[in-house]
Design a protein around this ligand. Sequence first.
Ligand SMILES: Cc1cc2nc3c(=O)[nH]c(=O)nc-3n(C[C@H](O)[C@H](O)[C@H](O)COP(=O)(O)O)c2cc1C
Length: 418
Amino acid sequence: MTTHGQTPEHAPILFSSFDPQGRIAAPNRILKSAMSEVMAEQGVFLPTDAHYRVYERWAAGGTGIIVTGNVMIDRAALGEPGNVVLEDDTHLDRFAAWADAVHRANPDARFWMQINHPGKQSPKFLTPAPVAPSAVALGAGLQASFATPRALEQAEIEALILRYATTAALAQRAGFDGVQIHGAHGYLVSQFLSPHHNRRTDDWGGTAENRRRFVMEVYRAVRQAVGPDFPVSIKMNSADFQKGGFEGEEAYDLITALSDEGIDLIEISGGNYESPAMTGARQSSGEREAYFLDFAAEARKRTDVPLAVTGGFRSVAAMEAALASGATDFVGIARALTLDPELPRHAAADPAYTREVGRPSTGIRKLDIMFMLAITYYETQIRRMGQGKDPDPGMSAWRTVLANAWALGKAAFSKRRA
Ligand SMILES: Cc1cc2nc3c(=O)[nH]c(=O)nc-3n(C[C@H](O)[C@H](O)[C@H](O)COP(=O)(O)O)c2cc1C
């Protein structure tokens, strides 16, 4: 996107198009990172007019690549109430309408679906008997809300791999421009990668190569389902930031392995429910934007595959600097786009643009955690846009709690995320 056809002088890379292999065709380097909308029609798990409205707004705002919130591949394994599920073509028209809404609002915007299975990161009130690579419970603080999983059997692993492929093919049929495998943040793919969470002794566990097998098979199945020309990306952790977790050389080796197989874009994040580094929980205040940029700089030396870095971007200056460093090809932005859906247009017009993302708080840390304010505050902004309203960045913590109780009822107070 440019302003009046001109590339803004203060951010020439950010507002340049990107299409190295003729597949991604992004009009600029701003990627709206996945944010679970928690707005699906209850019982049928479908996107609604509210989804269409929010995404229209992001598209019209000038975002180049728009990634959906995580869409579940299995209705029996939701991460949260209100998740969208795509597992067959019964209501494919509702997904086609979602893609249409984006393309009508901005024909240049690219709309990708993030596909996910939560594994053990599904709260007890949704999944009393979750599955995972191994029967390893989440950390002590989460055990009241998340059940200890049972280990998947071989046939179940194979069936799940096919589910990722089915959902990807359906997204393609519905008119989406790409898919993203959710391989980050402690969900099923991430659980397989982690030496802590994956204790298997068969072909799916043990060595780094075996722990990588699940995601590689998911990628291959998805690729086979959508063909060579459809963008397939992954969001992966630079590190889990957890003792015994996935990190370091193994993360770089995964990047190399996926690059060798032909993946189209790798988005870099970090953390999981036990260590929520994705939203900066491990950053001290005053630290610079772009939490995972150093990792990307190292990854860049090992792959030519397009990279996106997500987490912490606030100012147009930091976005342009990250791109100019050569470490990344896209800046991934989540929370700031819930507060300013027109961020790209505003950033193109103003060299001093910055969108502060505060930490909403009741003043009582325990309550903040109980009400999951670090997430629900942004969900509430998304919900407002779904209702055709503007975001309300000044919304107080208590109003967030009330708005959430109103929208979600009892579920608002059941722990579902870290
Ligand atoms: C309300 C909310 C929902 C999120 N849902 C997802 C999701 O479905 N999939 C995902 O990969 N990341 C999810 N994230 C993480 C964001 O994509 C992003 O990695 C994180 O917020 C850091 O980027 P930011 O500093 O620009 O917000 C979510 C974040 C928020 C605040």
